[in-house]
Design a protein around this ligand. Sequence first.
Ligand code: NAD
Length: 324
Amino acid sequence: MKTALVCGAGGFIGSHMVKRLKQEGFWVRGVDLKFPEFGETKADDFAQGDLRDPHFCSHVIDRRFDEVYQFAADMGGAGFVFVGDNDADIMHNSAMINLNVLEACRKRNIKRIFYSSSACVYPEFNQLDPENPTTEENSVYPAQPDSDYGWEKLFSERLYLAYHRNYGMDVRVARYHNIFGPEGSWNDGREKAPAAFCRKIAEAEDGGEIEMWGDGEQTRSFMYVDECLEATLRFTRSDWTGPVNIGSEEMVSINELAKTVMDIAEKKVSIKHIPGPLGVRGRNSDNSLYEKMLGWRASASLRKGLEATYPWIKQQVEKAKASG
Ligand code: NAD
């Protein structure tokens, strides 16, 4: 039986990855500070603990795994990573996790390890025009990410690539672009735009008003979590290291994102634009390299993903209301 370790298995992408690996027949160990919040973990074994602690890392990485997925990070949406107050924690905590996990894998002779980097590594100067942002993989240098979250990701990418060069480990480095879906943060200050708008619109009265940070003309693309898992597994099992973008190429403005959610919710709500943390002006995933190297492309529409996500968030809103 094949075995996998999922670090960050209590979080959004990690808990979905555990389910997917179980469907494929893997024996899975999950590791996280917390258990998944929105349902029982499907992992065969779940170790609750702190991956910043090297002793805990050696304890949970005490055997060889066929595949290791490293999702654990101190992270969140714009309200968490672009406000400045969390920079020291983000950099310290996530760098410690990556240093420890990678070293414990090396010592245990584990070869294949996937690392989830982020589109936030790309330089701000290439993402000023909302209609024409550049995220071609090799445009990452000269580096100028717009957040310390992005700088930590870039440092850790280099760390994984150095272990690949110096220790022959089969690392896989992907840069995720806004992944969304059910069972992720939706109201804890770490939620991202799709979850935040699903929540605001679920809470609003028909004909009411919601708030949006900025003028809403900034652009992004959003990938549904199932497609992210598919892209991640295909890449991890390939014989190529990356780094590569994993995201959708369906670029929309944040106003369009909110309007699509309104449409799904069958509500008309007006948008009040207020100042807030924004990130870069434009960003889209450039998937040419992924397609060229792996011969696969993401095809699910944003609308289809939101149609699966909105009802889940609406249900959370209703549950929260009912429990006062
Ligand atoms: P998430 O916050 O839901 O999951 C991260 C998990 O890591 C959490 O459950 C958290 O408890 C755990 N964790 C944090 N510190 C830990 C520690 N010291 N020890 C053990 N566990 C710890 O985030 P996610 O959305 O599932 O993202 C997964 C990965 O993908 C992260 O590395 C993130 O930076 C990256 N990523 C995500 C997106 C996205 O849109 N979701 C985009 C780009 C990159």
